[in-house]
Design a protein around this ligand. Structure first.
Ligand code: GLC
Length: 431
């Protein structure tokens, strides 16, 4: 039996099947192009940051192209920043002037994006920042750009965080009622206190009330955990968990969120781009532990995906074209199947197929424990070429006699030459 998380309020059935999504971080920070936290990293005031609002004009924006690139990579859903910490809104909100329609670009960015991704049969997700570094009633905290400004701090007692919270709820209502079915809502994030500032968590956001509001309009929606109330998914960020993520000792639905390079927003001078090889390994690794991968792109201020992101999406797509069977509908293999060195298993419980991902190509043989007599057929997934199987006795048991039969290994006879794919996969049809 493979592990099964307990049901949650939202519908995660499609999510644990689809496994692979695109994260999009897009906002004014694409213009400074040096991290989406630039406003606070450089302690900019609203006035100083205003130049990005005044010059925001993504004239090459074509969401159909974005959606095609994502679908071509095998992604099945997307999650876009409707508003990031800077406070700028991608849709035509009634509750603020700080939105794309008031920039030189002059149009709503979200509506056409949602249509374009739906057109590619992808599910729709919104990331929405709980932080807001532009709203006048949003009080200081350890991350706020004005935290070291004495004059600004002196006014903090006059700021009404409840007014901001109402704004947060009102905008959430807009997002839940104006864009048709929304499949995921990804709030970010709750803030720690320190000796100078209070934190902000479920009381500040009025999380219970907010969750009610969201579920009233979109009962099936998948909510993440960052409102400080556990909901449908856990979202480990910028690392791969060691094993299936557990909460209170129980396995939960989880999704690793990762970047192509170090930054979430477009970062011109950043060089830490991951190779296609590493990205595919991250996807395999997530599914082998029962999780999803949400991979992020930060489009430029002209409205395009960076060429390196496009190249990576293409490379992933090449692999997914032949190997998506080892990803979609798959999960962690039952505990009795232990992956041999340099390999990861995924498992499709419905089809009873085990997928052996070979991360480092060996010389001719891979030996599998606990599998003698259990595999009906084996083939390489990229070209459906048969992989011959033999039963072998482990070297350490030579001469040990008949009783060693139980310990015999199922040995896969592989070609000496690695197949011409990033990560070769052997498909094992279980009896
Ligand atoms: C963080 C950061 C952020 C990014 C997010 C993605 O919490 O604040 O910039 O949007 O993680 O998970």
């Amino acid at each position: 039996m493979s592990l099964q998380p307990a049901p949650t309020p939202g519908n995660t059935n499609w999510f644990v099947h689809d496994r692979f999504g695109l994260f999009i971080h897009w906002g004014l920070y694409a213009l400074p192009a040096r991290h989406e936290w630039v406003k606070t990293n450089e302690r900019m005031s609203n006035e100083q940051y205003e130049k990005y609002f005044k010059h925001f004009d993504p004239d090459l924006y074509n969401p159909e192209e974005w959606a095609k690139a994502a679908a071509g990579a095998g992604m099945k859903y997307f999650v876009v920043t409707t508003k990031h910490h800077e406070g700028f809104c991608l849709w035509d909100s009634d509750l603020t002037d700080y939105k794309s329609t008031n920039t030189p670009y002059g149009k709503d960015l979200l509506q056409p994006m949602v249509s374009a991704f739906r057109h590619q049969n992808m599910k729709v997700g919104f990331y929405h920042s709980l932080l807001d570094w532009h709203h006048p009633d949003y009080t200081l905290d350890i991350h706020h750009p004005m935290r070291d400004d004495a004059a600004y701090a002196a006014e903090d007692a006059n700021r009404k965080l409840e007014a901001y919270t109402e704004y947060l709820h009102g905008q959430s209502r807009e997002l839940m009622t104006r864009f048709g079915k929304v499949d995921i809502l990804w709030y970010d994030f709750s803030i720690q206190a320190n000796s100078r500032f209070a934190g902000k968590g479920k009381d500040a956001w009025q999380s219970e009330r907010l969750i009610d509001l969201v579920r009233t309009h979109q009962p099936h929606i998948i909510l993440n955990d960052r409102l400080e109330i556990e909901q449908d998914i856990k979202t480990p960020e910028q690392f791969q968990p060691r094993s299936w993520v557990h909460v209170d000792g129980k396995p939960v639905v989880w999704e690793a969120c990762q970047t192509f390079s170090g930054s979430w927003g477009y970062h011109r001078d950043e060089e830490s781009w991951k190779s296609v090889d590493v990205l595919i390994n991250m996807l395999i690794d997530s599914v082998s532990k029962g999780g999803n991968l949400l991979l992020n792109v930060g489009p430029t201020g002209r409205g395009e995906f960076d060429y390196r992101a496009l190249q990576s999406l293409k490379g992933i797509g090449e692999w997914m074209k032949r190997h998506s069977r080892s990803i979609y509908g798959c999960t962690q293999a039952p505990a009795e199947f232990v992956a041999p060195p340099d390999c990861r298993f995924t498992y499709n419980p419905e089809k009873k197929r085990l997928y052996l991902h070979i991360l480092s190509w060996p010389f001719r043989h891979i030996h599998l424990e606990n599998m003698v007599g259990r595999v009906e057929y084996a083939q390489l997934l990229n070209d459906a070429s048969e992989v011959k199987m033999v039963t072998s006795i482990p070297e350490e048991s030579y001469g040990a006699g008949q009783e060693q039969r139980a310990k015999s290994l199922l040995t896969l006879d592989l070609p000496v030459k690695k197949p011409n794919v990033t990560v070769p996969v052997v498909e094992l049809f279980l009896k």
